[in-house]
Design a binder for this molecule. Structure first.
Ligand SMILES: NC(=O)C1=CN([C@@H]2O[C@H](COP(=O)(O)OP(=O)(O)OC[C@H]3O[C@@H](n4cnc5c(N)ncnc54)[C@H](O)[C@@H]3O)[C@@H](O)[C@H]2O)C=CC1
Ligand SMILES: O=C([O-])CC(=O)C(=O)O
Length: 243
């Protein structure tokens, strides 16, 4: 079973939860961790849009577990402390859409870009979640590490909303980066925090600044291309469900 197979079960649950949020707490910050995240975030967005309660700066797809895995697996090779080995992971949260930018990590030199070791590491990061789902054989997914990722992300957001500056973490959000290619949502490094409001008041929002991919290697670009193709399909599937 893949994350995409979860679509049939989760899509209607996510839609109904989003509708309930729109009715009861329309200004909430919504952190979506239900799979498949690449499709459930678009479902939430379209559902909120229908009731005029959609605020893209308050809708976050949680890809933190990919970041946690990337840090853990890379540090295992580099001999570093995972907590001190941040890795930017971009794209989405399933298979080829998970693109670790190892070249931007200080420990990234431990694996040569394009080498067999690099390919194996990228594959492990991309399919770590699927391994767990298959091993549990229908009995759930990576429960504890998901809870860890959710707590980690929630803490970052709460700190940012309280005014702490410089909190930047990969997040799957409505993004301008590949919008011209029809990809409305994309995960890249996102600065969380407050946005400046027109009447000179700081207003807590959430998504403050979306960073682009920065310098990436040719090998990483080769990962981005299929990620975009797959993401486009996943996002369309979410939108089609709401329609
Ligand atoms: N984004 C991420 O990094 C990750 C996401 N996940 C996703 O998180 C979700 C939960 O995963 P698990 O905890 O392993 O699943 P699980 O099957 O152990 O738990 C699901 C829970 O949802 C409840 N539930 C079922 N239908 C519901 C409804 N209509 N309304 C409210 N609650 C309902 C069930 O009673 C159960 O307690 C899945 O969608 C999974 O794919 C899991 C791991 C990582
Ligand atoms: O595929 C799943 O349900 C679990 C998941 O997202 C992960 O472990 O990354």
């Amino acid at each position: 079973m893949t994350r995409d197979d979860l679509f049939n079960t989760n899509a209607s649950i996510v839609r109904d939860l989003a509708a309930a949020i729109a009715r009861n707490t329309p200004k909430a910050h919504i952190l979506v961790i239900f799979n498949p995240v690449n499709s459930t975030v678009p479902i939430v967005a379209r559902t909120l849009e229908k009731t005029d309660t959609y605020n893209p700066t308050r809708l976050f797809g949680i890809t933190t577990l990919d970041v946690v895995r990337a840090s853990r697996f890379l540090s295992g090779i580099a001999g570093t402390d995972p907590a001190q080995t941040p890795v930017i992971v971009v794209g989405g949260h399933s298979g080829v859409t998970i693109v670790p930018l190892l070249s931007q990590s200080s420990a990234g030199t431990a694996v040569e870009q394009g080498s067999e070791a690099w390919k194996a590491l990228v594959h492990r990061i991309q399919y770590g979640g699927d391994e767990v789902v298959q091993a549990k054989d229908g009995a759930g997914s990576a429960t504890l590490s998901m809870a860890y990722a959710a707590a980690k992300y929630t803490n970052l957001l709460l700190r940012a909303l309280k005014g702490e500056a410089g909190i930047i973490t990969p997040t799957f959000v409505k993004s301008p980066l590949f919008a011209s290619q029809g990809i409305e949502f994309f995960s890249s490094a996102v600065e969380l925090g407050v946005s400046f409001h027109f009447n000179s008041h700081f207003r807590p929002n959430g998504v403050k600044k979306i960073h682009d991919l920065g310098n990436i290697t040719a090998q990483e670009q080769e990962l981005v291309n299929p990620a975009l193709t797959e993401l486009k399909k996943n996002i369309k599937k979410g939108f089609a469900f709401v329609q």
